[in-house]
Design a binder for this molecule. Structure first.
Ligand code: PEP
Ligand code: CO
Length: 454
């Protein structure tokens, strides 16, 4: 089948994997050597995909069910993955915390939970300025490991196309390891003790968590006694991947057609999302995303008008396909009450079927007197609580959360069960971009969500 035939037959009018190049593309690096970029992209185009179209379609079905009230989305991971953190213990710990949170949510909400990691490709970051100046020296900003390196030297900051191949390789290693763990029984509900992190026993939340795990184990055994056989597949979990569809050269090179299915898929991830800084309707990112078959998210910020959000729904999901579009609102605890209700009502009145989820991280970032970026746990929790209440009052439903978290014992967000203060942050502040919930804070948030939503 020649690509031009199927573009015309199966894709939205005027769209092709490269049609984004005719639109203004913000947040893209300037590669100094076009020939080397072309060479890297050519290699990338021929490498095996990271995910499959049937997994992508399965996720779309899960999201469609969640839109209808069946299921809760847990999307979480680092703000920015780094190549150096592509290590088994870091990947395992991140998986553990997501599994534990999902267990808390399944148990407390009595609902299916759809797990989407912000990993295996979350390597490109939008920046507020193209350049950074220190002591009179101006260099390109660090845009994530897929583009350049964080060190403040000219050599490190030059966008290097070989990083596109490195990013693909590390994403493949990450997803391969996650699949291996899950297929090997790591996520088996009979053995939640596999997911324990060393320092859990000492956590103020340990007793609550253990009681819940025990209750869950009892339920699994009860079901098996009743059925007279192991519940097999039901005790396994699924994991999906996501990343911000930011670096469009990379996304385009992984946009593929597959046998016996119409259209084009982005096979670098199951669930790409469009970030706040790249959500212009006439822009390159919306153009690229409108033509792929994946389910996708769009960040919704307090500065978005009703017309803008409705325009995004029309362009990204013209056929109102179930599961296709998730609106991820990230307003901030002090703004969500003013801005969210009008958007929920307008989207509903216009008849758009969307899934709403809340990112309570990006609207609640502040700087400490020492210049560290942090997020107070109370503000994060408050935005989640308010979001549940607002959706309910508007006759809508909050269908999930989008979080920045890590399985490591970092000190980046303040508050939580151990009540971290500004002075504690320097002990283990490791993020090179946004502050993440540490393991305990993430688990505590899951427990609190159950209380508000359960
Ligand atoms: C992010 O998710 O890391 C991010 C940059 O978010 P936003 O686009 O909502 O600011
Ligand atoms: Co972030």
């Amino acid at each position: 089948m020649s690509p031009s035939v199927s573009v015309n037959a199966q894709s939205p009018s005027g769209w092709s994997p490269e049609s984004w190049q005719t639109r203004p593309a913000v947040q893209q690096p300037q590669y100094p050597d076009a020939a080397r970029l072309a060479e890297a992209l050519d290699q990338l185009r021929h490498l095996p995909p990271l995910v499959t179209s049937w997994e992508v379609e399965t996720l779309k079905q899960h999201l469609a069910r969640a839109q209808d009230g069946d299921g809760f989305i847990l999307q979480g991971g680092d703000c920015a993955e780094s190549f150096a953190d592509c290590r088994p213990e870091i990947i395992t710990n991140r998986l553990k915390v997501l599994l534990q949170m999902s267990l808390v949510l399944v148990h407390g909400l009595r609902s299916r939970v759809v797990r989407i990691g912000r990993f295996a490709g979350q390597y490109a970051k939008p920046r507020s300025a193209d350049t950074e100046t220190r002591d009179g020296l101006t260099l390109p900003s660090y845009r994530g490991d897929l583009v350049n390196a964080p060190e403040f030297t000219a050599a490190a900051r030059i966008p290097d196309p070989r990083r596109l191949l490195e990013g693909h390789a590390r994403s493949a290693m990450t997803i391969n390891f996650v699949r291996g763990l899950i297929d090997g029984g790591f996520a088996d509900l009979h053995h939640p003790e596999y997911w324990d992190l060393d320092w859990v026993q000492h956590s103020p939340l340990a007793a609550d968590y253990q009681a819940m795990v025990d209750a869950l184990g009892d339920s699994v055994r009860f079901m098996e006694t009743l059925a007279g056989q192991p519940i097999g597949e039901f005790s396994r979990v699924e994991f999906f991947t996501s990343h911000e569809a930011l670096l469009l050269w990379y996304e385009q090179a992984q946009t593929r057609q597959v046998p016996r299915k119409p259209g084009w898929y982005n096979l670098s991830t199951h669930f790409p999302w469009i970030g706040m800084r790249t959500a212009e309707i006439g822009g390159a990112h919306v153009e690229y995303c409108r033509g792929i078959r994946n389910p996708m998210g769009v960040k919704v910020s307090p500065s978005m008008t009703v017309d803008w959000v409705l325009g995004l729904c029309r362009v990204l999901n013209p056929d109102n396909e179930p599961g296709r579009l998730t609106l991820i609102h990230r307003m901030g605890a002090d703004k969500v009450g003013d801005h969210l209700p009008r958007l929920i009502e307008a989207v509903r009145d216009a008849g758009h079927r969307v899934l709403w989820i809340c990112d309570p991280m990006h609207g609640n970032t502040i700087s400490t007197p020492n210049g560290l970026k942090t997020r107070p746990f109370d503000r994060i929790l408050s935005e989640v609580e308010q979001s549940f209440a607002i959706h309910k009052a508007c006759g809508s439903r909050l269908g999930g959360v989008h979080l920045e978290l890590t399985g490591e014992d970092v000190t980046e967000c303040t508050g939580g069960a151990r009540n971290l203060a500004h002075a504690d942050l320097e002990r283990a502040y490791r993020s090179s971009v946004d502050p993440r919930l540490n393991y305990e804070q993430a688990l505590e948030l899951a427990m609190k969500i159950v209380r508000v939503a359960g």
